[in-house]
Design a protein around this ligand. Structure first.
Ligand SMILES: Nc1ncnc2c1ncn2[C@@H]1O[C@H](COP(=O)(O)OP(=O)(O)O)[C@@H](O)[C@H]1O
Ligand SMILES: [Mg+2]
Length: 305
């Protein structure tokens, strides 16, 4: 399974999330590869990976040997280098330029349980290569500013890639990082993102936690740095939420939500008429299903349009 961690805004927690989710899965015995596709090499540096003979840049330029470096048990890194900043331009005239990474990863896909690609903060050719190679895109975002317009741009690119380059690509999830529930703005933004993404928006949020910012200076992932800190616990919750199969909302439940949200006596009368039930029974059933759905989704139900 290949996941791109993407958001064209910088500083939203892509690199931190790539490392932390990957490390959490490695702790569970899964074999994980992290790919640093950002020319700034933050992931490579955060894990203090040095003496890089071959980087992802060399592979994109045609080098066949893929240098997966074992960082710790089950956790491997395909490092970046500063040369990667030239790749966008150098590869732009290659035929099939969007598929280069997909071809590189094809032989690796079966060797790892999970591959995570840390994308650069742009929607250029490197990100397009990542999305073309991926099964899922996961989108970390900060709740500090109103991000919906930027997200619309990202979802537009994802839709184009789904239509033209990779029919399999799905939005895996959207989640908030550096979250502070005490801030009203954070809570407001969480609500608008929920409306925008519905059940793709994860309930789990990553708190603002200084240990997450400190760990890279020691070349450690958060679990090696301090496995009991808030950040480690949050990422531990997040990957479970991320991999949990999304429950399909049933027709009945969707209709119940609709009724509760938009109910007026005329609509209820019409439904009662068509279903040969009393209005009270229609409302009771709808409310029952609504409450069940509300509890099942921890309060994040999707209201149908
Ligand atoms: N939950 C968090 N709490 C505190 N600091 C964080 C958190 N997540 C990331 N950071 C810090 O914020 C900065 C940006 O995060 P980073 O993961 O590099 O974002 P991106 O890869 O999207 O640019 C880094 O210095 C990182 O250590
Ligand atoms: Mg980064």
């Amino acid at each position: 399974m290949i996941y791109s961690v993407s958001n064209h805004k910088g500083g939203v927690g892509k690199t931190t999330s790539t490392i932390s989710i990957g490390a959490a899965l490695a702790n569970k015995g899964k074999k994980v590869l992290l790919i640093d596709l950002d020319p700034q090499s933050n992931l490579t540096q955060s894990l203090s990976i040095k003496n890089i003979q071959i980087s992802i840049y060399d592979n994109l330029k045609g080098e066949k040997l893929v240098n997966t470096i074992e960082y710790r048990n089950n956790l491997y890194v395909l490092p970046s280098s500063l040369d990667l900043s030239a790749a966008e331009i150098e590869l732009s005239s290659e035929p099939g330029r969007e598929y280069i990474l997909k071809d590189i990863l094809a032989p690796l896909k079966n060797k790892f349980d999970y591959i995570f690609i840390d994308c650069p903060p742009s929607l250029g050719l490197l990100t397009i290569n990542a999305l073309t190679a991926s099964d899922y895109v996961i989108i970390p975002m900060q709740a500090e500013y109103l991000p919906l317009r930027g997200l619309a741009k990202l979802t537009e690119v994802i839709t184009k890639i789904q239509n033209r380059l990779n029919h399999n690509l799905q939005i895996g999830c959207v989640f908030l990082t550096q979250y502070d529930a005490r801030k009203v703005l954070n809570r407001d933004i969480a609500e608008s993102v929920l409306e925008f993404f519905g059940n793709k928006f994860l309930n789990s949020k990553i708190s603002n936690n200084v240990a997450l910012a400190e760990a890279p200076s020691q070349g450690k992932d958060i679990f090696l740095y301090n496995k009991n800190c808030r950040g480690a616990l949050d990422y531990e919750e997040l990957w479970k939420d991320l991999l949990k199969p999304k429950e399909k909302t049933t027709e009945k439940e969707l209709r119940a939500t609709f009724i509760v949200k938009h109910s007026n006596i005329e609509k209820l009368k019409a439904i009662a008429y068509w279903e040969r039930k009393s209005i009270k029974k229609v409302l009771d059933e709808a409310l029952g299903a609504y409450i069940e759905l509300y509890e099942k989704t921890n309060g994040t139900i999707q209201i149908p349009k």
